[in-house]
Design a binder for this molecule. Structure first.
Ligand code: FES
Length: 164
């Protein structure tokens, strides 16, 4: 069976363990806004001979996969106990307010993405770096003992870069 239209990899065989995960990973990586649209998941389901429900359940099981368009920059604020007690809620609120989502509530939505698709902000339960709390990841780089001033400075730098 040919999966090249979805996976873009001639080396992947459908019966290999992890082929579905690999196809999802590659499809997300190839997507401009780093997410899996319903159309993409349908296509993967067809090419792998799997029901759409299975593809959907795999995509929703792993937090790595996004079902909504993602911003160019990803900010992940740790909301674990150690980070919370050291001010991570204030960091989350600061980021949300500065990016135009002052009413963002983590208990209502897992994340938000700015309309210009420059920023996605989400939370994580723990980065496993509690001694460095509060911890924020920005575009995959871990920042430790983040203060509001430090976060504002990083955000302003990214915004300036986005405006160029
Ligand atoms: S609670 Fe934030 S890194 Fe563990």
């Amino acid at each position: 069976m040919d999966t090249s239209t979805v996976t873009r990899s001639p080396t992947i065989k459908n019966d290999e363990p992890g082929a579905l995960l690999t196809a999802l990973e590659e499809a997300q990586g190839a997507s401009e806004y780093k997410y899996l649209s319903e159309e993409t998941m349908r296509s993967i389901a067809e090419s792998h001979g799997e029901p759409l429900s299975r593809v959907y359940s795999v995509a929703t099981f792993y937090s790595y996969f996004n079902l909504n368009p993602q911003g160019k920059h990803t900010i992940v604020v740790c909301r674990g106990t150690a980070c919370h007690t050291r001010g991570s809620l204030g960091l989350l609120r600061e980021a949300a307010a500065r990016l135009g989502f002052p009413d963002f509530r983590e208990d209502e939505e897992p994340s938000f993405t700015t309309d210009d698709k420059q920023f996605t902000v989400r939370t994580v339960a723990c980065f496993g770096q509690c001694a460095l709390a509060p911890v924020v990841s920005i575009d995959g780089t871990i920042y430790s003992r983040v203060t509001q001033g430090k976060l504002i400075s990083i955000l302003d730098g990214l915004k300036k870069g986005a405006a160029k």
